[in-house]
Ligand binder design. Structure first.
Ligand code: FPP
Ligand code: MG
Length: 428
């Protein structure tokens, strides 16, 4: 069912899923079945069998620079741009300090002027749309500049890269608005998410639901969304309106999907991937597509932007799901080991299940019985689930780099490539 209704998403996801499953024959057999159902078996199998072993071996090594890897695959000789290599005060640190020397581009530094007022401007938009003081306070609470600003950063990099590709310079005001709208939709969804998850902490401070009542917090999420909708309307571009509205329907559906679980392992992975696209990747993909459309991209170019965002978004969420098992709460600024406690079986568990089938009943009962969370946590660490998750994330980053490389070479196009390194190597 999921495959049928989301065949476009899943068709493009399955090759990477397949590759991540190398080394596990039963899971591979199920992947083949998934691919057959989606009607692209032959093509996927070819990629699966020809590149799989090499990629698996590669996954055993520490993560190396994706940029380097993709450079080796790309025959064209890029022009040599030298930009400031000093890394800005980015909260997306890499695990390997040497993972960015290749391009000498720091997206945060590159976009310093574009990004520095984004949060002030969002706060101003929110404040001028209400006379209720408490609503102003709650609505602006998460726009304190402490986030990673991944969504505005990707939107602006893509906008500038597309403009350059179309032999234009600069950033259109409408494209900057999309960057702000993306961050607003994201924060509105986090506010709702914090109520649903009853979370305590976000971005290193008490989450909104701890400080204010559920009723007020929920309505504030709606308010932010309403202000974002007005900003979308002001763009006066029906295609962009449709593209960004799609994000909101995806977010809600993704969150709904997360409340349910599937019986079989096959269904579970397909369900997880679609949920991940809708909950995380759709916003990044569709805002990248929206800025591309505003920059005059044709359908093919807008799809490059969309696919880039989709791959970055999927990788980002896979790494998030991985960090939930390996990072500390103080590093993340939010509780870790949280997914199991919330009853969620993310990629590391789904992969671990292949090696430890005793996880299946735990997944079905959403880790509710005493000892389930601790046992599942232990089994995930004993299995290859974490490596397989990172491997799958890396494949999406490699694909994002390939897509970025199809754009004309510019500082911003290089920034898009570097973002994939930040995503795969991030620690928080
Ligand atoms: C974080 O998930 C949550 C999201 C990425 C999206 C949540 C979407 C909704 C609540 C639907 C409503 C949407 C709108 C726009 C009002 P997480 O719990 O996995 O991550 P976390 O650890 O950061 O909380
Ligand atoms: Mg949450």
């Amino acid at each position: 069912m999921v495959l049928k209704s989301n065949s476009k998403v899943l068709t493009s996801l399955t090759p990477f899923f397949a590759m991540a499953c190398i080394g596990s024959s039963r899971l591979c057999a199920r992947v083949e079945k998934l691919c057959q159902q989606s009607g692209h078996f032959a093509q996927i199998r070819r990629r699966f069998t020809t590149t799989g072993v090499k990629l698996h071996q590669e996954s055993q090594r520490p993560v190396t620079s994706l940029v380097q890897q993709c450079r080796q695959q790309n025959q064209t000789t890029p022009r040599d741009h030298t930009f400031s290599a000093t890394r800005a005060m980015s909260s997306m640190q890499t695990q390997q300090p040497g993972s960015l020397p290749d391009l000498h581009v720091d997206p945060y530094r590159l976009l310093e002027d574009d990004l520095k007022d984004v949060y002030d401007d969002i706060r101003r938009e929110l404040i001028m749309n209400t006379t209720v003081d408490e609503l102003k306070t709650i609505a602006t609470y998460y726009f304190d500049g402490q986030g990673k600003a991944l969504r505005p950063m990707v939107a602006i990099l893509m906008a500038r890269a597309i403009n350059y590709h179309k032999e234009r310079n600069g950033l259109l005001p409408s494209q900057r608005q999309v960057a702000m709208i993306a961050e607003m939709i994201h924060s509105a969804s986090l506010i709702h998410d914090d109520v649903i998850d009853q979370s305590d902490f976000r971005r290193g401070k008490p989450s909104v639901n701890v400080l204010w009542s559920q009723k007020k917090v929920t309505m504030t999420g709606d308010f932010i969304l309403a202000v974002a909708s007005m900003m979308i309307a002001r763009l006066k571009n029906d295609d962009v309106t449709l593209t960004l509205s799609q994000v909101i329907t995806d977010l809600v559906q993704g969150e709904f999907m997360q409340l349910g679980s599937k019986e079989t392992e096959n269904e579970r992975f397909a369900h997880y991937l679609t949920k991940t696209y809708r909950k995380t990747a759709s916003l990044i993909a569709n805002s990248a597509k929206a800025v591309a459309m505003l920059g005059g991209a044709d359908e093919r170019l807008a799809d490059v932007a969309f696919q880039y965002g989709r791959n970055i978004g999927l990788a980002f969420q896979l790494v998030d799901d991985l960090l939930d098992f390996v990072s500390s709460s103080s590093t993340m600024g939010k509780p870790t080991a949280a997914d199991l406690k919330l009853g969620l079986a993310t990629a590391p568990v789904l992969f671990a299940c292949e090696r430890y089938p005793e996880l299946n009943p735990m997944i079905m009962r959403r880790f509710q019985e005493p000892g389930d969370v601790a046992k599942a946590f232990e089994l995930v660490h004993k299995s290859q689930g974490l490596e397989q998750t990172r491997f799958l994330a890396k494949k999406h980053c490699v694909e994002a780099v390939r897509l970025a490389q199809s754009l004309a070479e510019s500082p911003y196009q290089k920034g898009l490539i570097v973002v994939s390194d930040l995503v795969i190597n991030r620690m928080k």
